[in-house]
Design a protein around this ligand. Structure first.
Ligand code: NAP
Length: 413
């Protein structure tokens, strides 16, 4: 140990060795010594009466305290993450991030201070205060529709220039474009979509897909490490990590997620009830209704509005339903025609029913070459024919003609 032992050591304000500026280092240098007596002449430079000791190990280290500390931080597995938008999904993510040991801060339009404190999250009702905490990651969990407004309202100038911005929006091209448009070049951008929510991921995230696109991550080692650390929060929970472009995500999500939400919402309108003889399939439908109805309508509307592939999927769903009805009525029509006319009816050939829609991306044209409106009018024609046939049968066989006629009409109109 090397001892500097002048009888007095001078510390003045012009001293620039940053060891002495750092509070922890200063504490280290003085912690084992009694405090100096009060300085009798404040105008004169402070002179320490006791010998001032510096251990050689401190003086000779190639790295100073701060660089060691920053190395430790980059080696540590935890991050300081600020969640902006602390609604349903923001709180759901916070639970796991806190459990993993990350420091989580939150801010939202509404007051979630109580929920935050229950979750062990530091609550900031003011966005300026939140940004002045210099989080390493800003995690945007705002609704799709409000993200533009929220992002523009954040005091970006209060953040460190290297902050990593992450979003979890269910539409990705829109989020990516917004980030690129609004954020200064110094900020890193990671677009993600956890393909699960508070219902489907309530017990575990194991084997659930997590999509991400490293839109803009600086080459600096610490920036790369920070991004990996964030992704690791999902990987270590067992998520299936899928790296793909935002455009690829939106194409797949419209085919899968948007269709799922739409079917769930259609079924919800039927007010389905559990029965004493539920099949496994029916149980799954009830689960689907529960899963999709727990999400806000705003989320569903965002999936439709901000994914350019969603409209095509809605049209395809509509066509598929019409085609299926047409197929059913066509078969029934055949049976009735045979009963009515015997073999004489064979000469009237029914046009082939549409069995499947062309695959995605092949446009909406039906294979028969008919247009959507033609297909609808075809189905109306066969429905009318079917109705007439049922009525004719009813009259001919003297069954309760009027009732049958009425129910035939009501089921077709
Ligand atoms: P959401 O209805 O899509 O979003 C609710 C959040 O948006 C709340 O934090 C709310 O803040 C904020 N918000 C809404 N309008 C706002 C406005 N005008 N100004 C400021 N903030 C506004 O429901 P969510 O389920 O929590 O989803 C959040 C995000 O996660 C969405 O982008 C969604 O696509 C994505 N995501 C959701 C799921 C899921 O299963 N739920 C899964 C993956 C990804 P306040 O509550 O403070 O009003």
């Amino acid at each position: 140990m090397l001892t500097i032992s002048p009888t007095t050591s001078k510390i003045t304000t012009t001293h620039h060795h940053h060891h002495l500026h750092h509070p922890h280092t200063y504490r280290h240098l003085t912690s084992h010594r009694p405090p100096p007596p009060p300085h009798p002449h404040p105008s004169k430079p402070l002179r320490l009466r006791r010998p001032f000791q510096i251990s050689a190990i401190d003086a000779a280290q190639p790295f100073d305290y701060e660089s060691k500390l920053s190395k430790q931080i980059s080696k540590s597995k935890t991050l300081k993450i600020a969640i902006v938008g602390f609604g349903n999904f923001g709180q759901f993510l916070a639970k796991t991030l806190v459990r993993q040991g990350h420091t989580v801060l939150a801010h939202s339009r509404s007051d979630y201070s109580a929920a935050a404190s229950d979750l062990g999250v530091a609550w900031y009702s003011n966005a300026d205060d939140l940004c002045e905490e210099h989080p390493e990651v800003i995690l945007l969990c705002t609704s799709i529709l409000s993200t533009d407004k929220v992002l523009r309202s954040l005091p970006l100038q209060r953040l460190k220039r290297s902050t990593l911005f992450v979003d979890v929006l269910s539409v990705k091209e829109f989020a990516k474009d917004l980030f690129i448009q609004i954020l200064p070049l110094e900020f890193d951008i990671l677009c993600t979509h956890p393909m699960f929510g508070p219902e489907s991921g309530k017990n575990s995230w194991k084997d659930l897909p997590f999509v991400y696109d490293k839109v803009r991550i600086g080459n600096d080692e610490s920036r790369v490490a920070r991004c990996e650390k964030f992704l690791d929060a999902f990987a270590r929970e067992g998520c299936v990590m899928k790296e793909m472009t935002c455009a690829e995500h939106d194409m797949h999500a419209a085919e899968s997620q948007f269709i799922t939400h739409t079917v769930g919402r259609i079924l919800e309108k039927l007010n389905l009830d559990s029965t004493p003889i539920n099949t496994k399939g029916y149980e799954r439908l009830l689960d689907l209704v529960e899963n999709t109805s727990s999400d806000s309508f705003e989320l569903y509307y965002g999936l439709f509005m901000y994914n350019k592939n969603a409209m095509e999927q809605l049209e395809r769903l509509d066509l598929a339903f019409e085609a299926l009805k047409k197929e059913l009525f066509g078969h029934l029509h055949d049976v009735l025609r045979k009963q009515l006319f015997g073999t004489r009816g064979r000469s009237l050939q029914r046009p082939p029913a549409l069995s499947k829609l062309p695959p995605n991306g092949n446009g909406l044209a039906l294979p028969t070459g008919s247009t959507e409106s033609e297909s609808k009018s075809d189905s109306a024609t066969s429905a009318e024919l079917l109705c007439c046939a049922i009525c004719t049968m009813a009259y001919e066989t003297n069954e309760e003609g009027d009732n049958l006629k009425a129910s035939a009409y009501s089921s077709l109109v």
